[in-house]
Ligand binder design. Structure first.
Ligand code: PGA
Length: 256
């Protein structure tokens, strides 16, 4: 983990109505006051963002959205703009989650546009990348990761600058919601590769400061071993973030 502050994010996906969302974030807020060494974020559905923001109050919990459009406004039925997310109280936005890529046909080019728009609006992007089982079995993991990095971060790459707050999330598709986690070593290999890519394009100062999260069946009992790896700086948690108890246990991985 180096000197980087751990970052634990809960991606609630298309779960929880407004009152359930408020209940969950309150339960988290009551118990995270003793977590000053870890950054915590929740990403509820769009409809719950404002009420969750109110429920967070002064607690140290960041609010993220799960997606956004890159345009500032206009005739884009069904979409939400970066400014709308800021107005709802978001500081972060998850971009390019594998479910967005596979179910909603998001391409690296779209994610690149979204990342640029997010930063332009002062939002911190959490950009997801990861290979499918088939790609892993064909030995194409690193090739795929490199291509996703090259294309999804094209704009930053061309400018030779990326905000240090930008977060990357390695989420092997075969580990998402399957109960099958990458071993700490398997994850570390890819995280190290990503950090090396960052170094090549942005220099070692940026590479050493940026946080790279792991996601895919993160649970209380595997967090500590994952977080012990030198290039794993946090977790993007799906299923286990929907219960206060398990999410808090993950956020308290130091103490487990
Ligand atoms: P999971 O989801 O923890 O349920 O595997 C992770 C994610 O999709 O971000």
């Amino acid at each position: 983990m180096g000197d980087r502050k751990p970052f634990i994010a809960g991606n609630w996906k298309m779960n929880l109505n407004r009152s359930e969302s408020v209940k969950l974030v309150r339960a988290i807020a009551e118990r995270i006051s003793d977590q000053p060494g870890t950054d915590i974020l929740v990403a509820p559905p769009f409809t719950a963002l404002s009420v969750v923001k109110d429920a967070i109050g002064s607690a140290k919990i960041y609010l993220g959205a799960q997606n956004m459009h890159w345009e500032t406004g206009g005739a884009y039925t069904g979409e939400v703009s970066p400014a709308m997310l800021v107005e709802a109280g978001c500081t972060h936005v998850i971009l390019g989650h594998s479910e967005r890529r596979s179910l909603f046909m998001e391409t690296d080019e779209m994610i690149d546009r979204k990342a640029r728009a997010a930063v332009g609006m002062g939002l911190i992007p959490i950009i997801c990348i990861g290979e499918t089982l088939e790609q892993r079995e064909q030995g194409r993991t690193f090739q795929l990761i490199r291509s996703q990095l090259d294309q999804s971060l094209k704009n930053f790459r061309e400018q030779k600058a990326m905000p240090l707050t930008t977060i990357l999330a390695y989420e092997p598709v075969w580990a998402i919601g399957t109960g099958r986690t990458a071993s700490p070593q398997e994850a570390q290999e890819v995280h190290q590769f990503i950090r090396q890519w960052l170094k090549e394009h942005f220099g070692s100062g940026t590479a050493e400061k940026m946080r790279i999260l792991y996601g895919g069946s993160v649970k209380p009992d595997n967090t500590k071993d994952l977080m012990a790896m030198p290039d794993i700086d946090g977790a993007l948690v799906g299923g286990a973030s929907l219960k206060a108890d398990t999410f808090i246990q993950i956020a308290r991985f130091h103490a487990e």
